[in-house]
Design a protein around this ligand. Structure first.
Ligand code: GDP
Ligand code: IMO
Ligand code: MG
Length: 491
């Protein structure tokens, strides 16, 4: 099935009654398709000769070809909830099978935790694949880059012995986060209707991008152009900052620090669209590392309590320039319960569960250190996330967080104004007024941390995992029982 997304099966199926002319036409069509898609196996396809009658040999070749394509699947990994699902950990596990790891959206609002050789790393802008030797990392056009923060992240990794040179590419089309974005973000957070942002300037930076007044990496690579544009932007933004009662910023200081950061980043800046397409032609496997989660998506999330990018699967295409038919599978990461940091409704929020998880030292934000709000697993949300993302496989993390919780609640529907809802309402106030319908399941009251196979998990834990996967509507393929790479069960 996955294969169909690469090359439609129909293009190669040969009917027994096909005439030589039809076959020739089909062959030409196939060649055209092959050229158009620049498939790396172009040569092999061209060698497949189509004759009037199907041969079992051809069918066999096709089967092998299918398997080969499936095995080099390009994977989009996304968060199915409100962010912090444990994407960093799962990316790290999947990176073993990938050649390239790409970020396509968000900025340094993300905090992806990876435990590598016993050391805990939190990655903000750099794809999590950077920790593994031989993997290439790409920051795509859809990401908003704070160059000063990125240089600091690179330096921090250098100090920890992580090599970053030819293994990182940054899109020249990626937009820049500038100090006035951060200050505007902070200022808006002081006012009514705050979102509880990370104050990294993400919303204002994407705002400028949409308003077509943003500065990009390509500008930063041309110091004279950059300085001119920056000066105009600072004059404009200083007026806004003054009106808000904030201190104006100095053009000279920003110009200097950004140009210095730009020089540091120059070796990494590239046309990443071309790079990724060439890599696909060469058969490289790409892992698209989603940041944030489905309900923080600017279109599909709990607006306005969202981030400013498309955090859902579609964002991987627009944010990298890799078209949808090059994507082979979508892996959705979700916690065995729900968490959220910042404002906005979390329908299954539960004070006791929150308290319990915090007392275990869990659920503190990786970027801001804020306490995450916690709640029961919300299948209304994850079912909707499955729909939006086309989730093929599920990775369920933090199962161990529920190890001594009994009974465990699962939200199977919402009730709003006496009516049952099976999908989350679009309106933030309505969502805030939704009451969850819970099913209760038995806990397992024992540690799952040592389990390395599904069968080694307690029966009640297996039942719970199957239950929440079925409610979500996707196949369970991974279970995480601890933060480390090895604390993973692959089904
Ligand atoms: P991300 O933003 O989705 O990458 O997630 P974060 O890194 O912000 O937060 C997830 C947290 O859960 C991190 O502290 C991880 O180390 C941790 N984590 C991930 N999976 C597991 C798990 O299965 N069990 C435990 N105990 N911790 C986990
Ligand atoms: P990762 O990739 C959890 C939340 C903020 C706030 C809202 C808007 O680690 O899962 P922003 O700074 O983006 O304008 O904030 O989105 N938020 C996240 N919550 N995980 C994240 O990233 C988040 N990135 C942003 O808390 O509610
Ligand atoms: Mg995080």
């Amino acid at each position: 099935m996955l294969l169909c997304r690469h090359l439609p099966l129909g293009k190669l199926s040969v009917s027994p009654t096909r005439t030589a002319a039809e076959s020739k036409e089909k062959e030409q069509e196939l060649k055209k398709e092959s050229r158009k898609t620049q498939n790396l196996l172009r040569g092999d396809l061209a060698n497949l000769s189509f004759v009037g009658k199907p041969s079992t040999l051809l069918a066999k070749c096709w089967e092998i070809f299918c398997l080969f394509l499936i095995s080099m699947a390009n994977t989009i990994l996304i968060g199915m909830q409100w962010g912090d699902e444990g994407k960093g950990k799962i990316i790290d596990v999947l990176t073993a099978q990938a050649d390239i790891v790409v970020r396509s959206q968000g900025g340094n609002n993300a905090g992806h935790t990876v435990i590598h050789r016993g050391v805990k790393y939190v990655l903000h802008l750099i794809p999590s694949g950077i920790l593994r030797r031989g993997k290439i990392c790409v920051i795509g056009n859809g990401v908003v880059v704070d160059p000063v923060a990125l240089v600091a992240e690179i330096d921090g990794l250098h100090k920890l012995g992580i090599k970053i040179d030819k293994n990182l590419f940054i899109s020249s089309c990626a937009h820049l986060v500038l100090p006035y974005h951060r200050i505007l973000d902070e200022q808006r957070e002081l006012r009514r209707g705050r979102i509880g942002t990370t104050k990294r300037g993400i919303g204002p930076a994407y705002g400028d991008k949409a308003a077509r007044t943003g500065l990009r990496m390509s500008d930063l690579m041309q110091p004279i152009v950059f300085s001119k544009k920056l000066q105009a932007k600072i004059i404009e933004n200083n007026r806004i900052l003054q009106a808000l009662g904030a201190k104006p910023i100095s053009f000279r200081e920003v110009n200097e620090s950004y140009l210095a950061a730009g020089e540091n980043l120059r070796p990494f800046v590239a046309n990443t669209v071309v790079y990724l397409h060439r890599a696909i032609e060469r058969g490289k496997k790409i892992l698209f590392e989603g940041a944030q989660g489905t309900f923080l998506d600017i279109d599909h999330g709990t607006y306005p309590y969202v981030t400013s990018s498309n955090t859902t699967a579609g964002g991987a295409c627009t944010g990298t320039g890799v078209p949808p038919h090059r994507m082979d599978r979508v892996v959705g990461v979700m916690k065995a319960y729900s968490t959220r940091v910042g404002e906005g409704a979390l329908p299954t929020e539960d004070a006791q569960l929150t308290q319990r998880l915090h007392s275990l030292g869990r659920e503190f934000g990786a970027t801001t250190g804020r306490k995450r709000r916690c709640g029961w697993f919300d299948a209304v949300a994850t079912r909707y996330a499955e729909m939006i993302n086309g989730t093929d496989e599920l990775a369920i993390t933090n199962l161990d967080g529920l190890d001594h919780v009994d009974p465990i609640r699962v939200c199977v529907a919402y009730r709003l104004n006496g009516k049952r809802l099976d999908v989350p309402p679009c309106d933030a106030c309505q969502l805030a007024n939704c009451e969850p319908f819970y099913e209760e399941v038995r806990g397992w009251n024992t540690s799952t941390r040592a389990a390395r196979t599904f069968s080694k998990l307690p029966a009640a834990a297996r039942k719970y995992l199957r239950y929440i996967s079925e409610l979500t509507g996707a196949k369970l393929s991974m279970v995480s029982v601890g933060p480390a790479r090895g604390e993973t069960i692959v089904l």
